[in-house]
Design a protein around this ligand. Structure first.
Ligand code: NAD
Ligand code: UDP
Length: 355
């Protein structure tokens, strides 16, 4: 035995990105449910960099430990495998309640579980907020407006949701979660924030065996175009969506949490595309990036049509005037900028063989 064999050079240990140093008064104890998912992992990164103490609870249904594993071992970070359907005890100042699958194939995989997650999970987290007096933010969704008859959608619109269709487990789950949130607010004085998030896309750190296309349209189209496969437009492609880049959403969520606004706030980008036009934009972006980065001219991939899913909303665009007025927030990323960043990321992952 020689002690040198077992010694570590601590000076070479630089495992973590530098986090901001906050005074104990400024540093918040923040719980993020669903923190290992797409939005959650970006939120965790930002909160950690800002110098807060972050605890993630996640059952890893659609999320993965790898998305936030770069923080494991950091004194400000903790990750717990936990299903929000069961109560959870912790002392905290703020709760970002995200836990819930968000991609249609994922939330329809087990509809009853999705409803339980939305209802019981939100009930448990609101109970925790009541006991600890933590501020509670729920990530609700534009799906509360259903297939809207009002365009663009303002927060005062009550929505048009089929309560028994295949999307209802998610849409009605979120609607009842909002109802619960305002019930605890009015009855128990819980300090609440409600973000109604519109379609958001962005990069996502994944294990190689996981499919980077999680069923949602942006990642599906990018992976299909990068692999030279047919791009699948559901229906005739005239339905619209408005796409927001992940960094704008994270800005909006943190601004909302730290604002005084207790009413629901739409967070989304007003750039509205038909899905057909969007498929062509993704195809052109992939072609452009391949040409710029590799100097290769690739043949255009085909765009094919598949049946439209039941109850697929015909149009969707946020009215974000409330977010602008009360949070001084507005999106900064154009769809073109966000798409290029995302295409470059997935292209690099495909090239290095890690996807
Ligand atoms: P995601 O599926 O990538 O992440 C959800 C996370 O919650 C995953 O890590 C998953 O494992 C976890 N989870 C699911 N059920 C759970 C349970 N019962 N207990 C504990 N953890 C559980 O989805 P996302 O896109 O990151 O969405 C995050 C939140 O934002 C969701 O509440 C979603 O409804 C909302 N939202 C997202 C979008 C979007 O476009 N991404 C739009 C509107 C609303
Ligand atoms: N969509 C599509 N091809 C795909 C995936 C989705 O044409 O490969 C369509 C889908 O029918 C919907 C839109 O794209 O009209 C957005 O779908 P997504 O699942 O991303 O989100 P949501 O329907 O919840 O807005």
């Amino acid at each position: 035995f020689h002690p040198d064999t077992y010694s570590i050079s601590y000076t070479t240990l630089t495992r973590f990105p530098p986090v901001k140093l906050l005074s104990p008064l400024e540093r918040k104890r923040i719980l993020v449910t669903g923190g290992a998912g797409f939005v959650g992992s970006h939120l965790v990164d930002r909160l950690m960099l800002l110098g807060h103490e972050v605890t993630v609870i996640d059952n890893f249904f659609t999320g993965s430990k790898t998305t936030i594993s770069h923080w494991i071992g950091h004194p400000n970070f903790e990750m717990v495998r936990h299903d929000v359907v069961e109560p959870f005890m912790i002392e905290c100042d703020q709760i970002y309640h995200l836990a819930c699958p968000a991609s249609p194939p994922h939330y329809q995989f087990n509809a009853v579980k999705t409803i339980k997650t939305s209802f019981m999970g939100t009930l448990n987290m609101l109970g925790l907020a009541k006991r600890t007096k933590a501020r509670f933010l729920i990530t609700s969704t534009s799906e509360v407006y259903g297939d809207p008859e009002v365009h663009p959608q303002h927060e005062d619109y009550w929505g048009h949701v089929n309560p028994i269709g295949p999307r209802a487990c998610y849409d009605e789950g979120k609607r009842v979660a909002e109802t619960l949130t305002y019930g605890f607010h009015r009855q128990d004085g819980v300090d609440v924030r409600v973000a109604r998030i519109f379609n958001t896309y962005g990069t996502f750190i994944l294990l190689s065996h996981l499919n980077p296309a999680d069923g949602r349209v942006v990642s599906n189209f990018i992976m299909q175009a990068l692999r030279g496969e047919d791009m699948t437009v559901y229906g005739d492609g005239t339905q619209t969506r408005s796409f927001q880049y992940i960094h704008d959403l994270i800005d909006g969520l943190i601004a909302l949490m730290n604002s005084k606004e207790t009413r629901p706030v739409n967070i989304g980008n007003g750039d509205e595309f038909t899905i057909g036009d969007f498929a062509r934009l993704v195809r052109d972006t992939v072609k452009k990036v391949k040409k710029e980065d590799d100097g290769v001219e690739t043949p255009p991939v085909n765009i094919i049509h598949k049946p439209i899913p039941t109850d697929d909303p015909q149009k969707r665009r946020p009215d974000t005037s409330r977010a602008k007025e009360t949070l001084d927030w507005q999106p900064r990323w154009t769809v073109e900028m966000g798409l290029e960043e995302m295409v470059r990321y997935y292209k690099a992952k495909l090239t290095e063989g890690s996807l």
